[in-house]
Design a protein around this ligand. Structure first.
Ligand SMILES: C[S@@+](CC[C@H](N)C(=O)[O-])C[C@H]1O[C@@H](n2cnc3c(N)ncnc32)[C@H](O)[C@@H]1O
Length: 226
């Protein structure tokens, strides 16, 4: 079956929307310097014009395969699946593309999950947490203005492992990541926390940024805030 890489001539004109064929994605991800980064549980990727996820979906598949090789037990593998997933970020302008992006990431994670773990090993909390991570990491918005369609700042979550089983979720505006951090491609460890975070007295009620409690990876779906 041939791949559809263009939806309409208008969309190509308005948003430069031409999707990358799988063969090209594979070729690019097979380059040794990229391969090395994909074969890591913690290296982050940000796709600033994510489309329907041609690159992010393939990177997710490859990272999950890598996670299998790095896990001694089924439980550890499930945690490593979520860790690998949490390193993938996307921004996409067009709402229908973001919808497909989220669906494609959710389906990819679920397919690999169901093919890896037996019925007895499966834990629905892991899938629910995967959905929360995907929703948080795939943003609808304009990478250039760093805002969503409604003019709000794009907000991303950093997922920092705490000990062997837990994670600390911290939100940052994309603006603060770009201004205070390094290159777009490396989100983690490259930026400062917003001033807003630093103060526990004068929190802005209008802020888009929430404070989360450290939880087990499988409990991310509970979205427990302070
Ligand atoms: C050339 S396509 C590539 C899509 C995807 N990366 C792929 O390889 O299949 C560019 C994508 O960027 C999106 N886009 C265009 N301008 C954007 C902007 N300012 N911010 C975020 N996304 C944008 C388009 O809607 C389109 O889906």
């Amino acid at each position: 079956m041939s791949e559809k890489i263009i939806k309409s001539a208008d969309r190509v004109k308005i948003a430069g929307e031409v999707f990358t064929p799988k063969k090209t994605v594979d070729f690019m991800l097979d380059q040794p310097e990229i391969k090395e980064k994909v074969n890591s549980l913690t290296t982050t990727f940000l796709e600033p014009s994510a489309g329907e996820g041609a690159f992010l979906v393939e990177i997710l598949k490859r990272k999950l395969e890598y996670a299998k090789t790095q896990s001694k037990t089924n439980k550890e593998m499930q945690k490593n699946f979520l860790l690998a997933l949490s390193t993938l970020y996307g921004i996409e302008l067009m709402e229908d593309n973001v919808e497909m992006l989220v669906i494609n990431m959710v389906n990819t994670f679920r397919d690999v999950y169901f093919n890896t773990f037996s019925h007895e090993e499966q834990n629905h909390k892991v899938l629910k947490s995967a959905n929360v991570i995907i929703s948080a990491n795939m943003a609808q918005g304009d990478t250039l203005t760093r805002k969503t369609a409604t003019g709000e700042p794009i907000v991303f979550s950093e997922w920092t492992p705490v000990g062997k089983t837990k994670v600390q979720r911290t939100e940052y505006t994309f603006d603060s990541i770009v201004e205070d951090g390094g290159p777009l491609g490396s989100v983690q460890n490259q930026y400062e926390q917003l001033d807003l975070f630093a103060s526990d007295e004068t929190e802005d009620e209008d802020s888009n940024v929430r404070h989360y409690l450290p939880v087990k990876w499988e409990d991310v779906y509970k979205q427990l805030v302070e």
